[in-house]
Ligand binder design. Sequence first.
Ligand SMILES: [Fe+2]
Length: 278
Amino acid sequence: MNFEELYQMAIRTSHNLVEDVRFSRELHMVQALSCADNICRYMEHYTNIFTSLNLVQNKYPYLYSHPVNVAFLSYEIGKWIRLTPTELYDLVCSAFLHDIGKAKIRDSLLNKKEKLNGKEVEIMRTHSIIGYRLLEHMEELNPQILLGILHHHERIDGSGYPLGLKGDRISLYGRIIAVADIFDAVTATKSYQTKSSPFKAVEEIADSSFHILDPYIGQMFVNKSINFFYKCEVKLSNEQVGEIIYINQEEKTKPIIRCENEYHNLSKERNLEIVDVL
Ligand SMILES: [Fe+2]
């Protein structure tokens, strides 16, 4: 199975799960777990998930594609922090199911273009606990998988939800999924937001690494993810297109770009930024 086939299969599975929840049918859990297993088998030998995800980003509705993208990204983070194969599988299951509670929230709210009011924010924030409740009785899912789902919006400084947990009281899978979740959310086009480049998403993770995200996981993500974009073609905010020819180790999100015979060092030219990876 190549990446496209695996990705499409995962999108179908994600779609089926949402429909199951919406129509109160028995969940396609066997299909979901086998999809998680396929992602793990594929990722074991795969080296550049970032450029692959960049190619399929925004081809499918966010409600279905986001859990799939977060599952791939979580695996990658789990691999960097040397989780065992069993832990990686549990992490991918948790990531794949982390937003299942959103299926219980009406589309008009999920897709609302305007800023949500206080009551609407409250409803949106129920999705992690709804997801946990939907799945807590399933014997196929162990407590760590369930805690990843429940904790993915908890924040290290206690500012998250639903429990306001701090630091290590947030489960490891919850802390990993939180980083993958932000990366995918920032790079996706949604009804209320146009997509930003992966570089912008990594900057956002870097800015959040010392207060709301696990600093070790956040910094690991910043240090490793950008390397995968070496040699990629990018579009700059001045409309020029060029190739990333050097990653500045001190400031990873500000590489050197070659545009024909012109070079732009983004760590020096602060008004110029990458707006898209092509
Ligand atoms: Fe979420």
